[in-house]
Design a binder for this molecule. Structure first.
Ligand SMILES: C[S@@+](CC[C@H](N)C(=O)[O-])C[C@H]1O[C@@H](n2cnc3c(N)ncnc32)[C@H](O)[C@@H]1O
Length: 397
């Protein structure tokens, strides 16, 4: 069989709540044997698919290629099994490595110890064979190895992504509490936005939702700005296959037909968003092109320019705001939506579940997500003629 087409097993890691969307993305890439896991999706495919997954998936953090699975219940067994792999098939003593671990096992209570033990087994194998050993570089290694342990079941993988895939390479400026690019892309896909109708983020901060929306609507693969992926260091890296994927991806890029509008109360946030948008090679406030409109405005004062569309927003959660103020802030969101955005669908992401109730509109969908360590709800509100405030708020008002 052609080496190129050999099928391998992979795991794409993601954030909690995005597994289903990631499985859909993998289906569209024609991956096979797709299995939804916890914060991950398993799949099968060939080398080309692995390259495409790294370049094109919007909601994946890493693509891990399975090398070897085994069972172990103690550190000596783990060490011996890791040494059953001929590691010089993948890299040499001159390379740098790092071992990441993800462990859920009573046999191995400390994941850092697992990483250490796997690293020892690998470097000792090189030292015994050649007298030299790969050195460890935790920040920027040439090869990342991943060990996943669930109870006594262990899987060693090679990380084909290298740096996490949320590092798209377009974000230069951060504003207050920026979203992960992977989460922002997840919000857009979960909202079901068609990429054509008007999309507004009225609390856009550094512009992550706007940029991920523009990438999606223009069919631009999110990895297009990156120069490096882990697989480029692999011995079997095929630059011709990679170049072909880049070429066909570039050919399918199109101007997005709709409008993407961002606004924020903070001038610094708008400045950061502008720099990031330009760095992602979109124009700001220009007519007749791939443009994103930016405005500095408080949400309740924002001038409404379109009759219908989709709003996605990630308001402050209130860590730095007094309780009374955060309640009136979320009431303002609900009132503004109801008074000015009839005909729109609005999605709000927040970790402040108490404050969310004060939006005062009935959510037609609620999705649980994690934003970093914070448990969040992503809620949809349809703003139709006669949309009612819910009783929670009228009782409190
Ligand atoms: C959690 S941050 C959004 C981060 C953004 N999603 C990103 O990825 O950078 C919330 C944003 O809401 C903005 N904001 C706060 N009050 C506002 C208001 N009344 N109107 C519009 N924007 C507001 C803040 O300036 C801040 O940029």
């Amino acid at each position: 069989m052609n080496q190129q087409n050999l099928s391998s097993q992979f795991v794409a890691k993601t954030l909690f709540g995005l597994e289903g969307i990631l499985a859909e993305e993998l289906k569209n890439l024609r991956a096979t044997k797709i299995v939804v896991l916890h914060r991950a999706v398993g799949f099968s495919g060939d080398k080309k698919l692995m390259y495409e997954a790294n370049l094109k998936l919007r909601t994946a953090l890493r693509i891990l290629k399975r090398v070897f699975s085994f069972s172990a219940t103690n550190s000596q067994e783990l060490y011996t099994k890791v040494q059953e792999v001929y590691w010089d098939r993948f890299f040499s003593a001159e390379d740098t490595i790092a071992v990441d671990s993800s462990v859920s096992s009573e046999h191995f209570p400390h994941s850092q110890f697992v990483s250490q033990r796997v690293k020892d087994a690998i470097v000792d194998q090189f030292r015994e064979k050649t007298g030299k050993r790969p050195s460890v570089d935790l920040e920027n290694p040439k090869f990342r190895i991943n060990i996943y342990i669930n109870k006594d079941s262990c899987t060693l993988s090679l990380d084909s992504s290298g740096a996490s895939l949320h590092k798209r390479g377009y974000r230069l400026q951060m504003s207050e509490a920026p979203l992960s690019e992977v989460l922002a892309a997840g919000l857009i896909l979960l909202s079901g936005w068609d990429g054509k109708s008007t999309l507004i983020d009225p609390m856009c901060g550094s512009g992550t939702i706007l940029i991920e929306a523009a990438l999606f609507a223009s069919k631009i693969p999110p990895g297009i700005f990156r120069e490096n992926f882990g697989f480029m260091n692999w011995k079997d890296f095929d630059p011709l296959v990679w170049e072909e994927i880049l070429k066909t991806s570039r050919e399918s890029i199109s101007l997005f037909p709709g409008k993407i509008i961002g606004s924020d109360i903070s001038a610094n946030a708008i400045e950061a968003a502008k720099k990031n948008i330009i760095n992602a090679e979109f124009d700001v406030n220009l007519k007749d092109g791939n443009y994103i409109t930016l405005m500095k405005s408080a949400f309740d004062l924002l001038e409404k320019t379109e009759d219908a569309g989709l709003i996605i927003m990630n308001p402050p959660y209130g860590e730095r705001i007094k309780q009374d103020d955060i309640i009136s802030f979320y009431k303002m969101i609900g009132n503004t939506l109801k008074q000015k955005y009839e005909g729109y669908d609005a999605w709000v992401l927040s970790a402040n579940l108490e404050a969310l109730k004060f939006v005062g509109l009935h959510p037609s969908k609620k999705i649980s997500l994690m934003n970093g360590q914070l448990e969040c709800k992503f809620q949809k509100y349809g703003i139709y003629p006669g949309t009612k405030k819910t009783s929670t708020v009228s009782l409190i008002e």
